[in-house]
Design a protein around this ligand. Sequence first.
Ligand SMILES: [Zn+2]
Length: 86
Amino acid sequence: MYHHKLPDYHCPYCNQLMNGTLSTDGKPQPPQPGDLSCCFRCGGALQFDANLKPSLLCADDWNALTDEMRDALVEMSESIKGAHHD
Ligand SMILES: [Zn+2]
């Protein structure tokens, strides 16, 4: 996992303070606009906007994803949620 530091931001779902991302594909690169992420606390699905601010995914954003991306995001989100509820 590659850790990339970001300016402090708060999860738009649960208000968790976050200041970095972990790349799940192992590529040592910072997030790009349009990249997907999840809050590590609540598992909320996020997408980086043009300013690399994580924003909520609206229905149109979900529809724009490929099935593969959607599945990966849901899987990541579910595993985060599951980790806190076991
Ligand atoms: Zn959250």
